[in-house]
Design a protein around this ligand. Sequence first.
Ligand SMILES: Nc1ncnc2c1ncn2[C@@H]1O[C@H](COP(=O)(O)OP(=O)(O)OP(=O)(O)O)[C@@H](O)[C@H]1O
Ligand SMILES: [Mg+2]
Length: 341
Amino acid sequence: MLGTDIALDLGTSTVKIFLDGKGIILNEPAITAVNVETDEVVAIGKEAYEMVGRTSDRIKVVRPLCNGVISDFDLAQYLIGAYLKKISGSKLFMPRVVVSVPCQITEVEKRAVVDAISSTGVRKICLIEEPVAAAMGAGVDIARPYGSLVVDIGGGTTDMAVLSLSGIAISRSIKVAGNSFDDAIIKYIRRKYNLIIGQRMAEEAKMAIGCVYPRKDLAKYRVKGRNAMTGLPQWADITVDEMLEALIEPAMQIVRTIQEMLEITPPELMGDVYSDGVILTGGSAQLFGFDTLISKKVKMPVHVADDSEICVALGAGKAIQFIDDMENKEYGVLNPLSAAY
Ligand SMILES: Nc1ncnc2c1ncn2[C@@H]1O[C@H](COP(=O)(O)OP(=O)(O)OP(=O)(O)O)[C@@H](O)[C@H]1O
Ligand SMILES: [Mg+2]
């Protein structure tokens, strides 16, 4: 497999790997479980996710990637190395890598991402800004002199940008996304029922019946946890109306940020965006009613991209073809990649 190029999306919730010529070949939780006594990693990915909220005092669960940047360098390095090994098997593997990074990342944060990857034996690392990758993955032709608005609602951050000519005209990033929705559900259930539930239970309930716009069905979801007063086991059947009540505030924070960004978008680009509408990507774009809510508030059409959760990885994968131009610094090529190391 020597010479095969790959794209990496190091998300807050999941790591996705795209292999050139194959597509997405890995999509696993960005989680490690560590033995606190020996500092050894005992599990990663799906196996570590199973342990969330169920650890003993000897094991702690760590998410080494937070909001697209590295929060624990050694564990991030371990995780990336382990996943690269997993996809390459025992074969010699020295790929060139395109990695997506948030658009408002500092030089130091960029360097940490590059260092964590380069120690795993890759030949070259190119960076692509997340909204650019998200738009490419959603099938937008970003090289045109025409504005497109993409909003990527992930696990840790919502990144949004107006793109034109393969670059970012204007962008915003807020730390309100999937994890904030889970937290909002936990707080709501605690306040209303005196019931303490875990992060995973909240996420399961969100995926089952979550919504940010009124939903007609009468579905309920049973959440189980512990009563805050008595400490005894307790459950509650949560309705879609309660979900809406819990989730509308963080959803509106995202809507307001889109509105603020539109207020300062140059008029020509604004015209383009108004006719084509907003493209939603990221796992949390699948939350029921997000497209309708945004469409009502910003008064333009909104589309959720197909396979929204993997758009960034797909787009970074499509950008692999630009690595050669980056190496040759060919004049006149509008390159969606932003830096090479
Ligand atoms: N059907 C669904 N309904 C609601 N939320 C969902 C659904 N599917 C996935 N999610 C949420 O999407 C989030 C993960 O999305 P994604 O993989 O785009 O994030 P990420 O890339 O890891 O994070 P980030 O881009 O913020 O660093 C999780 O919070 C998950 O709960
Ligand atoms: Mg993401």
